[in-house]
Design a protein around this ligand. Sequence first.
Ligand SMILES: Cc1cc2ncn([C@H]3O[C@H](COP(=O)(O)O)[C@@H](O)[C@H]3O)c2cc1C
Ligand SMILES: O=C(O)c1cccnc1
Length: 346
Amino acid sequence: MNAAATQVGPPDPQVRAEADARLAGLATPPGALGRLGELGAWVAATQGVVPPRELTDVRLVIFAGDHGVAAHGVSAYPPAITGAMVRTFVAGRAGVSALAAAHGVAVRVLDLGVDDDLEGVPDDVRRHKVRRGSGAIHLEDALTPEETRAALAAGERVAHEEIAAGAQLLLTGDMGIGNTTPAAALIAAGLGLPASEVTGRGTGVDDEGLRRKQEVIDQALRRAGDRVDDPVETLTALGSADLAATVGFLVAAARAGVPVLLDGVISVACALTADRLAPGAVAWFAAGHRSTEPAQSLALDKMGLEPLLDLGMRLGEGSGAVAAVPVVRSAVALIRDVALLAEIAP
Ligand SMILES: Cc1cc2ncn([C@H]3O[C@H](COP(=O)(O)O)[C@@H](O)[C@H]3O)c2cc1C
Ligand SMILES: O=C(O)c1cccnc1
């Protein structure tokens, strides 16, 4: 991954204009499709064709890893859950597995930094591993600079593999106890906000846990200092292997011109960081849902993204993105299949 920020061009503006014109000509009153209309036009522009093709190949990649902060009282659950959930994704029995099966979304889980060797789990899951666990970000860097580069490159490689295999729409998911802490820190760093504004309850910490989590984020931001001005340095200081890989994946998808549906606070923190690394990348992203985590809404506002769903979800795993796939498919069906008013008007 080239650390120097290089601009990413938007979905084809001419195709977008053609899609907007088709939308305006459909046998529906202007604006009657609401945001479904705009969403269909956006998909057409990302594909470079009007009407857009049906989204038959939709793929979710879940990046898993452990986080040193999890040993410091920032989560309602113990770190051992991370490895157990990786095995549950492999078995197809997690929350997101049920949604993905219902909506025809392929799921791939990758261990970038789980603090467990995950013996017996398929090699494909483990072959991108960068390290076991990431540093406790209030006390030390999450990663070495070499590990950050390796994780960014791994995410980039995975995006290219999925695109080469035919992905038309990509989704990102996360698994890692404690990961809402580095995600909130990345958002605080990217938006220049204090810990008090970005900290949420994650898996459901009590008031004492929330206070500890805010202190950890505050201490981490103070420790990182002005390194937060650089997105790669931010990942080294405040991120993790799984988050850095997600950033690499998002940058590569945007550069390759493949649209991405984002999930909750972890996915959105990585999208914000990807857009800092590759300005303009955000034009290839849509927001699947609004999470209850405050940092997610702050980052979505900053990126100008309006979530498709608002169901009070706070699961992660890519679940909010997968739940929004039928909405995206609905948008495509409308702009593809509805007659033009000119064809039917007497
Ligand atoms: C059983 C279980 C399944 C999950 N699936 C996703 N998460 C979510 O919760 C964790 C983040 O929240 P925090 O920062 O508070 O630890 C991540 O693992 C995230 O993927 C889960 C958490 C648990 C306990
Ligand atoms: O916003 C999310 O995706 C989220 C919230 C809480 C816990 N895990 C994930």
